[in-house]
Ligand binder design. Sequence first.
Ligand SMILES: C[S@@+](CC[C@H](N)C(=O)[O-])C[C@H]1O[C@@H](n2cnc3c(N)ncnc32)[C@H](O)[C@@H]1O
Length: 290
Amino acid sequence: MRSALTRTLSPKWQHRARRLDRLRWVAKFKATRSVHSNASLRRRLAYVLFDPELASFSFELENEQEVIAGLAVALGQPEDTLATYVAETRADPELNEELARHVRWRPDIKRRQPLGHRLAWYVMARVYEPKLIVETGIHRGLGSLALLRALDHNRREGHPGELMSFDTDPEAGSIVRDQVQGDWRRILGSTHDRLLPALAGRSVDMLFQDTPHTEENQRLEFEAALSHAAPRLLLLDASGGWAPTLEALCAEQGGAYHRVPFRTRDHILSGSAICFATFENAPIRGGRPG
Ligand SMILES: C[S@@+](CC[C@H](N)C(=O)[O-])C[C@H]1O[C@@H](n2cnc3c(N)ncnc32)[C@H](O)[C@@H]1O
């Protein structure tokens, strides 16, 4: 019934309807089941009744030190260096006060939005100092914002880079203020049509895969990055690791697969993992662009 009603709306109004996620109590109840939440009854009830987040979550990390230690090993960096990057996210007004001010009249968005697993995205972008990051799936734009802030820090240290993000939703990325967009290329359309043409002549340093984590999407998006790989490439699977594609690609193409588990603090998603692969001198399929 609901999907029949939704289909009668134009894409623009379908996207606007998503602003009412806070009122989708049944969908939220189902979400608590699909993430196998072991949160307290009080927490689950509060989520179902009041929380506006359905497609993508923001949360605090309970085991931040362990996550930093796991990333340090996987990325071959000292823990202290990564802890400094994490501290930057706490001090950055754009990820805190300015963000809260920007969304204060938006009933579909929480005022306080901790980065959660995207803290690792920020750290990775600081470590890699990439020239080109690709993000597939923007939604409100919290991941894009984290990556843009890391790129801004890199730029001020003499390592400029660009973020190219894709989404089918014309309103995706609405939490990213104009003032912080810098060289952000927000590309509207499906990655199935837009990704490969956008990468023509470019080398990809990092790809954050966050459209639905189907085999079809992941193969297409990861292989697009592999066929345009910079000498050092990082591919991140934001599914939390339940999707098998990235590990299979590592076995096929000689990448190193990493899995850093995390726990959340007081959230219906109890925990998951940051899963990513690194490729040194990645295999070139279809020829590296100039
Ligand atoms: C999980 S959300 C992305 C979350 C975001 N990366 C973040 O950090 O909050 C998935 C997004 O993918 C978009 N999407 C779904 N299929 C897509 C496709 N084939 N191409 C581009 N975007 C797509 C949806 O519109 C949705 O906004």
